[in-house]
Design a protein around this ligand. Structure first.
Ligand SMILES: Nc1ncnc2c1ncn2[C@@H]1O[C@H](COP(=O)(O)OP(=O)(O)OP(=O)(O)O)[C@@H](O)[C@H]1O
Ligand SMILES: [Mg+2]
Length: 251
């Protein structure tokens, strides 16, 4: 069976896309799912978060036809978890991809070696994100639990609708995940309630708390299940992984 492709998208910066993609990837892999994480953000945070520093080849080379997938994909120190890293020249791909929304889908092909491919998208609605949306079976939207959380999301949902109409009719929303939830504030609880009222069942039950371990782990090139497996952040991503596996089965 071909891998299920899931992109982490939100054009707002710093909402937890990369943290969610990387740690979810680790827990899914620990459940025996064969996972490929594609770092589609020129910042390369997902690559370094998985301990990959200054890769020679990356998704840019694959997109440009200068490398095969096999050459550019790297194993990580976790079983079942591979990464297709980002190199800085990916920033330039925005220009090359603008007229080619299907490019990523084409280069990925069938990918029978993996059960799931997770794509960490950059904070924009540019050509890289459009390529991610076109290639995906579904999206996960991380939403930071703060006052303006819902405002930015409208533009993005419009883009998703447009992609569905023109390029990828079967694109689904796997779910919305509330991130950086500060348990001590009423505001965070109000925001969560608001998001649930607005989006109903598409919001995952697992909420990701604000947890300093989650922000420390990437500087050691480690995922949370290695760095702090009994932290609140680890527990939350572990539960989220269960929900994601259940929803992916229904895709
Ligand atoms: N639950 C959390 N608790 C504490 N810190 C967090 C949490 N989630 C993310 N962070 C930190 O917040 C910052 C932004 O998170 P992250 O990089 O995952 O967001 P992003 O949406 O991928 O950002 P960008 O849009 O720049 O790609 C990072 O420094 C990260 O370590
Ligand atoms: Mg990111």
């Amino acid at each position: 069976m071909a891998a299920k492709i899931i992109s982490f998208v939100n054009q707002k910066g710093g909402v937890g896309k990369t943290t969610t993609a990387v740690n979810l990837a680790a827990y899914l892999a620990s459940h025996g799912q064969r996972i490929l994480l594609i770092d589609l953000d020129p910042q390369g945070n997902a690559s370094s978060g998985l301990g990959v520093q200054k890769p020679e080849l990356g998704i840019y080379d694959v997109l440009m036809g200068d490398s095969s997938l096999t050459q550019a994909i790297q194993a990580t120190d976790q079983e079942n978890l591979s990464v297709l890293p980002a190199t800085p020249d990916l920033a330039g791909a925005t220009i090359e991809l603008t007229d080619h929304p299907n490019k990523l889908k084409q280069v990925l092909g069938q990918l029978k070696e993996f059960d799931m491919v997770l794509i960490d998208a950059p904070p924009s609605l540019g050509a890289l994100t459009i390529n991610a949306l076109t290639a995906s079976n579904a999206i996960i939207i991380p939403l930071q639990a703060e006052y303006y959380a819902l405002e930015g999301i409208a533009g993005m949902l419009d883009t998703v609708e447009r992609i569905k109409q023109n390029l990828n009719p079967s694109l689904k929303t796997l779910g919305i995940v509330v991130t950086m939830f500060d348990t001590r504030t009423n505001l965070a609880q109000q925001v969560e309630q608001n998001v649930r009222q607005h989006f109903g069942d598409s919001v995952f039950w697992s909420v990701i708390p604000r947890n300093v371990k989650l922000s420390e782990a990437p500087s050691y090139g480690q995922t949370i299940n290695k760095y702090a497996p009994i932290s609140s952040g680890a527990g939350a991503y572990k539960r989220l992984a269960q929900e994601v596996m259940q929803r992916v089965q229904k895709l």
